[in-house]
Write a protein that binds this ligand. Structure first.
Ligand code: GLN
Length: 539
């Protein structure tokens, strides 16, 4: 184990949001890890929700779930995929959590006699969280990304905490500020003024960036770098160009070209040598190969206008495509449209159909019709969580003969509640953090598609749901040709089901998409894409 002092890198953003701070932070983490350093990445979100679990995907995109059952920001998904490392509830902190803890302490009397204030009480709580990841052991580098943009009112306590922390840990901290360099078509110029203003604002708070990373559509010419360096008080070599690229997996390679890791190591007085990025490069080459045959896969969901809502699924399909040397052409199909116009119109040209997780009634009948289409036309099907519920309802209604079978989430008066509320859940009133969350074990039945995929009996996958297959129906379903290939070790929870008379029809109660990694495709996505690829070649 290393005995070096822990180093801290902070990543903030300016000018506009959605610049890809998460990918930039994840890329830096990956580059430092490739130099033999132990690294962790954490995200501090200034919003007041305790976690994103209760937010609409339209507001927030996907809710990523960690092994230990924390509902987190989607950037944690990028962090895990780029670091190839599991993270935990310590890696995503919100203002909601900070204020909650401060107020709980206040009620307990921990601050007796004091006026409880943003400085020092809230900032102290934030500073404590910066180092919380060290509780479980030494980490060489902790990268902390601050959500939002410089100038946001709710971000101020975080920036003040970082200012204090950097002062108290001089020599062990570096700060990266990510901004946008817009290109003005009319004058044909890249403009640096918004960056100058953003850095000025950061410096007014008392933080001086060590690196200015600039997002732009074209690479920054050296005179633009010089200009930013001059106005923002950094070396030209510390102005890093981060140009738009086709795949997020190219970003670490581009940043390495720009010597980001060298600049950061120097700022932190480190000298670790690079161990190379051969595997990563190979993966990137495989997803860039334009000769790869295309496989059409439909994702039938509710938030199809916003692929961020299903980002881990999209990434998992990319990883699986790389494993089979094919490229995945995702067709976003709104389940409500399937409900209105039928499945054939949207799905007849598809080689694979995926129904992702979701909540509530809207679009559910469309998802059930998509399942029916996949089952009866023998198109490979992967159902995730609600996609398992849709599969169970469809099979119940059309094969087992339970007309009007439903989930009690959709219709609590259904005569056949084939999906019902998890019986041992007690707190049904609170919506936040009350689902079955995080990793649970599952026992795999031999001679099934599931076993073919995992090639082992004991697996563990991450969950996020309230409803579950009703085991009173197991026998009827089995007689009708369904296989329950994955069951909880206690034998009472259905984790995976399959349709026997089908080339590849697997639905799981868990979310395999949270565990797929570049170069290590998740077995279920790998085999689903494999079956879809095969289908595309026979069609
Ligand atoms: N709404 C369903 C449940 O709560 C499915 C959840 C999901 O797909 N993540 O069980």
């Amino acid at each position: 184990m290393s005995n070096m002092e822990t180093k801290f890198i902070f990543v903030t953003g300016g000018v506009v949001s959605s610049l890809g701070k998460g990918i930039a932070a994840a890329s830096l983490g990956m580059l430092l890890k490739s130099r033999g350093l132990t690294v962790t990445l954490q995200k501090f979100d200034p919003y007041l929700n305790r976690d994103p679990g209760t937010m609409s995907p339209y507001q927030h995109g996907e809710v990523f779930v960690t092994e230990d059952g924390c509902e987190t920001d989607l950037d944690l998904g990028h962090y895990e995929r780029f670091l190839d490392q599991n993270l935990s509830r310590l890696n995503n902190i919100t203002s909601g959590m900070i204020f909650w803890d401060v107020l709980t302490k206040e009620r307990k009397g921990d601050y007796l006699g004091s006026t409880v204030q943003i400085i020092p009480h809230v900032t102290n709580e934030i500073k404590k969280r910066i180092t919380d990841n060290l509780i479980d052991g030494h980490v060489d580098v902790i990268i902390t990304e601050i959500g939002g943009t410089i100038g946001d009112i709710e971000g101020l306590p975080f920036l003040e905490a970082i200012r204090q922390f950097q002062f108290e840990n001089r020599g062990n901290c570096a700060h990266i500020h990510l901004t946008l360099i817009p290109y003005l078509g009319t004058s044909g110029e890249l403009k640096t003024k918004p960056t100058q203003h953003s850095v000025k604002e950061l410096r007014a708070i008392g933080i001086h960036p060590d690196v200015i990373m600039c997002r732009s559509t074209t690479p920054l010419p050296s005179e633009i770098k010089d200009k930013i360096a001059l106005f923002c008080d950094v070396q030209t070599s510390s102005v890093i160009s981060s140009v738009d690229v086709a795949s997020i997996y190219e970003v670490p390679l581009c940043l390495k070209e720009e010597k980001l890791d060298e600049v950061i190591l120097k700022a932190l007085n480190l000298t670790q040598k690079s161990l190379g990025l051969t595997k990563w490069k190979k993966f990137v080459e495989s997803i860039q190969d334009t000769r790869r045959p295309e496989v059409n896969i439909a994702i039938v969901g509710k938030y199809t206008a916003l692929s961020d809502a299903y980002i881990s699924i999209v990434e998992s399909l990319t990883h699986a495509g790389a494993a089979h040397m094919c490229s995945i052409n995702i067709h976003w199909v709104d389940a409500v449209d399937v409900e209105k116009s039928g499945a054939s119109k949207y799905l007849k040209k598809m080689s694979g159909i995926l129904v992702p997780g979701g909540f509530g009634e809207r679009g559910m009948e469309g998802k059930i019709r998509a399942v029916e289409f996949a089952r009866t036309r023998k198109i490979p099907y992967l159902g995730l969580c609600l996609g398992l519920h849709a599969a169970a309802i469809e099979f119940g209604r059309h094969v087992v003969g339970l007309s009007k079978a439903n989930s009690t989430e959709i219709d609590d008066m259904t005569p056949f509640p084939v999906i019902h509320y998890l019986p041992d859940q007690t707190d049904g009133r609170n919506k936040g953090g009350t689902m079955r969350l995080g990793a649970y074990p599952c026992v795999v039945k031999k001679e099934t598609k599931l076993h073919q995929a995992y090639r082992k009996i004991n697996i563990s996958e991450r969950h996020r749901h309230r409803y579950e297959f009703n085991i009173d129906y197991i026998e009827k379903y089995e007689k009708a040709g369904m296989i329950f290939s994955g069951i909880s070790p206690c034998g009472t929870l259905v984790e995976v089901l399959e349709v026997k008379a089908h080339p590849w029809f697997v639905a799981c109660q868990f979310h395999p998409e949270f565990k797929s990694r570049p170069g290590k495709s998740h077995p279920l996505f790998r085999d689903f894409v494999g079956a879809s690829f095969k289908k595309s070649q026979t069609a």
